[in-house]
Design a protein around this ligand. Structure first.
Ligand SMILES: *[C@@H]1O[C@H](CO)[C@@H](O)[C@H](O)[C@H]1NC(C)=O
Ligand SMILES: *[C@@H]1O[C@H](CO)[C@@H](O)[C@H](O)[C@H]1NC(C)=O
Ligand SMILES: *[C@@H]1O[C@H](CO)[C@@H](O)[C@H](O)[C@H]1NC(C)=O
Ligand SMILES: *[C@@H]1O[C@H](CO)[C@@H](O)[C@H](O)[C@H]1NC(C)=O
Ligand SMILES: *[C@@H]1O[C@H](CO)[C@@H](O)[C@H](O)[C@H]1NC(C)=O
Ligand SMILES: *[C@@H]1O[C@H](CO)[C@@H](O)[C@H](O)[C@H]1NC(C)=O
Ligand SMILES: *[C@@H]1O[C@H](CO)[C@@H](O)[C@H](O)[C@H]1NC(C)=O
Length: 450
């Protein structure tokens, strides 16, 4: 009897101990700076349908500035650049304008800068198709990096069911990624919103861009909803949405299939929120690359909530070059489903997208406070999770909370180099390598909690 009682007491004690440890661990997770993300859901509530319909019915005293009225042919072969420039001048300078690209037609437009400042409340309504000239040889050598650039705008809305088509196929064929005997040259980005704030982008479709489809740079408060992006999975450097030096960016309900990152977030960007993102084909959702050529890279406060990735070459990726400095901090990936994704979860501090190999260095972009929560699905590569961190600048506070990634043949595994963190809930494959590296730090914390 005494023996059994002791046993029961011992089991009860174990249960108690495990529970305390569990709650201590939970506290550690909650302690992370998740408060940074408070109010995350509020930003999606606003109803914009009224604004969306305004242009059609002429309500709100909107003044239509139709590119056709400025001599655009809309036949897909005549050069409509001048008509777009003239319509822009008028729309930008007058109050309550709607710059209209009407439906059912295709407008051929050269590399063009649409400069602000314009009147607040300008609407750019794209219903038809805007195409780029397809021949790289005829491209204006002064603007090799950009096709349509919108610059210095505040309070402007881009919307409509239209298409921005980069006609990229000849650019892709000329890429050094396609054929190593080609010179490595940059190609235009289809649409850039630069040095702007208070921008909304709603419902547009981007396709076949020469390189990146949609770039948001040096901007603040940009909200992108319901955008579709589509290019072949083998089109080189055709990132879907690229965010650089920008703050307070929201991407929601976007469906992206392309030949490079579906979303890439680079230097000097913070408060980036992504919700309901579909990605595939593509290279996944990436922070970076950062730290190339020994540069400073800083990305802070990124959330991805609810995403589906299918057949991508990476899933949730942070990529930095050896020799860089700066940091990636406070990142949350949650409610993500993957299907046949290679490298579903990957931190790669040895990123080297260059024709010559990169040497390991002592300096690196520091990565910490990255949370993966409720990430499930199938991995195509054996390494379902890869935390390849710099020997001299380890990754820390990596948290896995309910992550379940399975390989078709059941051999999925986790790789860690110089990475520490904590594991909560059910995590498969076992990520002990993350935990064990962190024993000293976390045991200390747990002890303090108890
Ligand atoms: C949270 O933020 C505080 C202050 O910004 C910082 O000291 C701390 O290291 C951060 N990380 C964690 C895991 O608490
Ligand atoms: C941007 O707009 C502001 C006014 O809003 C103006 O002062 C400034 O010169 C503009 N900058 C550029 C680069 O056009
Ligand atoms: C558009 O580009 C073509 C080819 O370079 C050039 O001939 C044409 O003049 C450009 N159009 C305008 C309005 O600049
Ligand atoms: C690559 O380019 C070279 C030179 O332009 C050409 O001879 C070769 O056929 C190309 N290779 C492929 C695979 O297209
Ligand atoms: C990254 O941004 C910081 C400012 O936040 C700047 O000092 C640094 O030069 C930028 N790095 C690159 C590669 O542009
Ligand atoms: C986990 O994420 C999936 C979406 O990928 C979602 O449907 C599900 O509700 C989430 N589970 C929890 C417990 O939040
Ligand atoms: C760089 O360091 C990593 C981690 O220690 C190692 O796996 C890799 O082989 C090294 N690469 C080179 C080029 O030395």
């Amino acid at each position: 009897m005494a023996k059994t009682e002791t046993k029961i007491l011992f089991i009860l004690f174990l249960v108690f101990l495990l529970e305390s440890l569990g709650s201590a661990q939970k506290n550690i997770i909650e302690e992370e700076n998740l408060s940074e993300f408070e109010g995350f859901d509020d930003i999606y509530d606003e109803d914009e349908d009224e604004l969306f319909e305004l242009w059609k019915h002429g309500r709100g005293n909107k003044v239509l500035v139709n590119v056709d009225s400025f001599g655009a042919a809309g036949d897909g072969t005549s050069d409509d650049t001048k008509a777009f420039e003239d319509a822009w001048k008028q729309a930008c300078s007058k109050r309550r304008s709607v710059f209209l690209v009407p439906p059912g037609r295709t407008y051929l437009v050269n590399a063009t800068k649409f400069n602000g400042p314009c009147d607040n409340g300008l609407i750019i309504q794209v219903e038809g198709t805007i195409v780029a000239p397809s021949e790289p040889e005829n491209w204006d050598p002064k603007s090799t990096k950009a096709w349509l650039v919108f610059n210095n705008l505040t309070g402007v809305t881009f919307q409509g069911n239209g298409i921005i088509d980069g006609s990229g196929s000849k650019w892709w064929a000329a890429s050094c990624k396609k054929n190593k005997s080609n010179p490595c040259k940059s190609a235009p980005r289809a649409l850039t919103i630069d040095s702007s704030s208070g921008i909304r982008v709603k419902g547009l479709t981007f396709q076949n861009s020469q390189q990146m489809h949609f770039v948001i740079s040096r901007s603040d408060s940009v909200r992108v909803t319901g955008v579709k992006i589509s290019s072949p999975g083998d089109s080189p450097n055709t990132d879907g949405i690229h965010i650089s030096e920008s703050t307070n960016i929201v991407l929601q309900d976007c469906k992206i299939g392309t030949g490079d990152d579906c979303v890439s977030i680079v230097n000097a960007s913070s408060n980036i929120k992504m919700k309901k993102i579909y990605c595939g084909p593509g290279h996944g959702i990436s922070i970076g690359s950062l730290g190339k050529d020994d540069s400073i890279g800083i990305v802070n406060r990124v959330v991805l909530d609810t995403a589906f990735l299918k057949g991508t070459t990476n899933g949730l990726r942070i990529k930095t070059w050896q020799g860089g400095s700066g940091y990636v901090r406070t990142v949350r990936f949650q409610n993500v489903q993957m299907e046949d994704v290679s490298n579903p979860i990957i931190i790669d501090q040895f990123y080297c997208d260059s024709q010559k190999p990169c040497q390991n260095q002592t300096s690196a972009v520091e990565i910490s406070e990255v949370l993966y929560r409720n990430v499930t699905g199938t991995t195509k590569s054996q390494k379902a999770m890869k935390f390849a961190c710099s020997d001299t600048v380890p990754c820390s506070h990596i948290t896995l909370d309910n992550v379940n990634l399975e390989a078709r043949d059941g051999t999925a595994e986790v790789y860690c180099n110089s990475a520490t963190g904590i594991i909560a809930g059910y995590v498969h494959p076992e990520a002990e390598c993350l935990n064990s590296n962190d024993k000293k730090i976390e045991e200390h914390n747990v002890h303090d909690e108890l």
